[in-house]
Design a protein around this ligand. Structure first.
Ligand code: XUL
Length: 547
């Protein structure tokens, strides 16, 4: 490796675009972010998405992402960083689909470096907006796909997930049903990660198994698109999908447009992109390590971990995706993550410090009061009608009660809905924006009965993308570098940030009449599959009169 070889990861997340430049040699990392709400007010987004009259429909104009990419690369050029990049890889919010017409391939290859990116590609879309991971509007299509593929268990075994509203298969099916003419004009359907990678490479980019398995379209055991699953979604789909790769690969070089406009070296290589969660797995140093799990407290809250092989467990929720090294990861996702925390924080006029202080000062267990924080329709469990539910006399106006209730609910939901994964690790790595909040970390540690550790770089998805670029490039051009070695140089845990669980607090959640039992009962009641949780709340208060 030359001294000046650096690697770039670009994370196109729900609310921002982050660029991370790393040098595996020195361990240094530089980063910069652009925030959609603030920096592109013309798109009218709030939390990265425009307002919608239908709470189940969440679409974004892809040109906003394209403008952000243009501006980010311009900033990197101005800082003199692009000319030092040996390879680049994209991380992106998962599941969103981008619909391109027959002009797209030629347009991508022939952009004029004198012009900005957005006007150059404005004509390549066969659909103006992209459904993203927050969209829950395809319930009917999920049922149709499930029936066509022989039921829930069959779909889950084949594709790694039950038919899931936000996934590409059901989304494409809905598009084909509702806009058949626009579907027939669609030459290529990219995931957001492969779309952004296509912009860098100047041609249609493949999709990796980290993102490609989150579509309900792939056979996760053979690592190929499934004829049956594609057939259940829409006709003529195979020719419209990107190639699927099961492990990271270098897909080519940056386009002449990228080199000239942004100052990359022409030989800068582009590595296949992936979803933000599979990238975070890499950015947390978890590739090859099934003994630690991660919780990401971002726009979505997710829990994930590496698996040496695809598990054969019966389950009704959660997902299996591929990893950079051709193995598997589990993932469970919650839509009411940071935006729900923010609603509570802002509702009481608090800052994050005040929010954290309340969590440090109030009593674990919240005296048996529970919130189901469904500010938006929820993914896990599947709740299509938004609406916050409060139990045990939790008053809507009680600031401390609601702050503790939202944090405890989120931690308990993550804990309970990950049970199918099996063995719980003794330590959890926490990443993304919420990992800066000591109060949230304390609640997580107590609910999980596990040590919780934060990382120096909380943008683990962008860091992971940079590491994926480095790993693929170094193994092709330098002395082979293992994930351990690479991560050892760059992935650092946060100084002094290990939060240990308190035995007394953990008991309040885990005892037979503890708050986990209360929460489970509240959830079952709200889903219409269990009785009123009052008895459980009473039992909790008897068991923990001081809580
Ligand atoms: C994962 C998921 C979200 C998005 C958000 O399945 O839907 O975590 O990737 O970035």
């Amino acid at each position: 490796m030359l001294k000046e070889d650096w690697f770039l990861g670009l994370d196109l997340s729900t609310q921002s675009l982050t660029a991370m430049v790393v040098s595996p040699e020195s361990g240094a990392a530089r980063q910069l972010s652009i925030h959609f709400d603030q920096d592109y007010p013309g798109y009218g987004t709030h939390g990265g998405v425009p307002p919608s009259h239908d709470p189940l429909r969440v679409h974004v104009d892809p040109l906003m992402w394209v403008e952000a990419l243009d501006d980010t690369l311009s900033l990197l050029r101005r800082e003199g960083l692009t000319g030092r990049i040996a390879a680049v890889a994209v991380s992106a919010q998962q599941h969103g689909t981008v619909y391109l017409n027959h002009l797209a391939e030629t347009a991508l290859a022939g952009l004029n470096p004198a012009n900005a990116l957005a006007p150059g590609i404005a004509g390549i879309f066969s659909r103006k907006s992209c459904p993203i991971w927050m969209d829950s509007s395809t319930g009917r299509e999920c049922n149709e796909i499930t029936a066509a593929l022989g039921g829930n268990a069959a779909v889950t075994r084949l594709t790694g997930s039950a038919a899931t509203e936000r996934f590409a298969g059901p989304q494409i099916r809905k598009f084909h049903k509702e806009e058949p003419e626009a579907y027939s004009r669609t030459a290529h359907i990219a995931l957001i990660s492969s779309f952004a990678t296509s912009l860098l490479a100047g041609c249609f980019a493949p999709v990796d198994a980290g993102d490609g398995f989150g579509t309900n379209l792939a056979d996760i055991r053979s690592g190929t698109w499934s004829q049956a699953a594609m057939g259940a979604a829409a006709p003529g789909l195979h020719q419209r999908l990107p190639r699927l790769t099961v492990r990271d690969e270098r897909i080519g070089r940056v386009s002449p447009y990228m080199a000239e406009r942004f100052g990359f070296r022409p030989e800068t290589e582009v590595v296949v992109g992936s979803g933000d969660n599979p990238c975070s797995l890499a950015g947390l140093g978890l590739i090859g390590n099934p003994n630690l799990h991660a919780v990401s407290l971002g726009t979505s809250d997710t829990c994930f971990g590496y698996m040496a092989q695809i598990p054969d467990v019966e389950r009704t929720e959660g997902h299996i995706f591929g990893t950079a090294d051709g193995h598997a990861m589990f993932l469970i996702c919650f839509k009411n993550g940071s935006l729900a925390r923010e609603r509570v924080k802002d509702g009481f006029g608090l800052g994050w410090e005040g929010f954290s202080r309340i969590l440090m000062e109030t009593s674990p267990g919240n005296r048996g009061r529970v919130m189901l924080p469904y500010f938006m329709p929820e993914i896990t469990p599947r709740v299509l009608k938004a609406g916050v539910r409060r139990f045990g006399g939790l008053a809507a106006a009680d600031a401390a009660g609601n702050v503790r209730a939202v944090a405890e609910a989120q931690a308990m939901a993550i804990y309970l809905h990950c049970a199918w994964v099996g063995k719980r690790p003794g330590r959890i790595l926490v990443t993304a924006g919420g990992s800066e909040n000591r109060g949230l970390l304390t609640v997580l540690a107590d609910v999980f009965e596990a040590e919780v550790q934060t990382m120096e770089v909380k943008e683990s998805a962008a860091l992971g993308a940079a590491l994926r670029a480095a790993h693929a490039w170094l193994n092709a051009h330098g002395p082979p570098a293992g994930w351990d070695e690479l991560c050892g140089a760059v992935v650092k845990t946060g100084a002094g940030r290990i939060v240990k669980p308190s035995a007394e607090a953990s008991r309040r959640y885990h005892a037979p009449n503890g708050l986990l039992a209360v929460y489970k009962a509240c959830e079952r009641f709200a889903l219409g599959v269990g009785p009123d949780p009052d008895e459980k709340i009473k039992a909790f208060r008897e068991a923990f009169p001081a809580a």
